[in-house]
Ligand binder design. Structure first.
Ligand SMILES: CC(C)(COP(=O)(O)OP(=O)(O)OC[C@H]1O[C@@H](n2cnc3c(N)ncnc32)[C@H](O)[C@@H]1OP(=O)(O)O)[C@@H](O)C(=O)NCCC(=O)NCCS
Length: 204
């Protein structure tokens, strides 16, 4: 008889440059804690860049894995299996058919090599395919140009600007909301993939 308290099973998603494995105990490493405390990684994340411990991260991971709405993956180098980051898809599935993506590549030597884009594409395919979601969103700081660009390359468009939404390095910065609709699903929602000229002004 299956254990009712066991976390939901997730697939492994495999791309050319990255493998997304369901997050497991082997991914809970001092490296993961160090990434969260490293401002170079987390200064544009909603977690603060300090004070994370193995205990606090373990607690967060335990809660995330127990939540059936969370799909939590470790990014692994497909050749070596090395854990280099995480991506999380939080689903508001039952009613809104929507998911929200957040990610980071903790190993900064891997930034700017197309891995973030491929990771987002893999999760979008999973969300629209296996999970049957209609819309994906992700929020990023307006100063996080690498993130915005990665989402754009993964087929997202900037849907909204949230003025002075985040506090970043002692100043307010806008929030950008990126969105993508599932191809071929909910035709009335597809109009959301087109942003009207001027509807989404650039940040100053
Ligand atoms: C954001 C992040 C996930 C992107 O992943 P990545 O693998 O580095 O991104 P990619 O290589 O796929 O694409 C990045 C794009 O941004 C561009 N870019 C990077 N820095 C840039 C900058 N300062 N200005 C403009 N463009 C920039 C790159 O040139 C590339 O575009 P191109 O292929 O057209 O040249 C990764 O850098 C990361 O984890 N950063 C730290 C945590 C974080 O910010 N997470 C996201 C929170 S929303």
């Amino acid at each position: 008889m299956p254990d009712p308290n066991a976390p939901p099973r997730r697939p492994t998603l495999t791309g050319g440059r990255i493998r997304l494995a369901p997050f497991a105990a082997r991914h809970l490493t001092p490296d993961y804690v160090r990434w969260l405390n490293d401002a170079a990684v987390s200064r544009h994340l909603e977690v603060c860049s300090c004070g994370h411990t193995l205990a606090s991260v373990t607690d967060y991971v335990r809660k995330t894995l127990a939540d059936p709405n969370e799909h939590f993956f470790a990014m692994e180098d497909p050749d070596t299996g090395r854990h280099i980051g995480i991506i999380k898809l939080e689903c508001f599935q039952a009613v809104h058919e929507r998911g929200e993506i957040s990610l980071f590549i903790g190993d900064t030597s891997r930034h700017g090599r197309g891995i973030g884009t491929e990771t987002i594409v893999l999760v979008a395919e999973y969300a629209f395919g296996a999970l049957g979601l209609t819309k994906l969103v992700s929020g990023c700081y307006s100063v996080n140009l690498a993130s915005g660009r990665a989402f754009e390359k993964a087929g997202f468009h900037r849907e909204a600007v949230l003025r002075n939404h985040y506090r970043c390095e002692d100043r307010w910065v806008d929030g950008w909301v990126y969105a993508r609709f599932a191809p071929g699903r909910a035709p009335e929602a597809q109009a959301g993939n087109r942003v009207e000229e001027g509807a989404c002004p650039p940040s100053p």
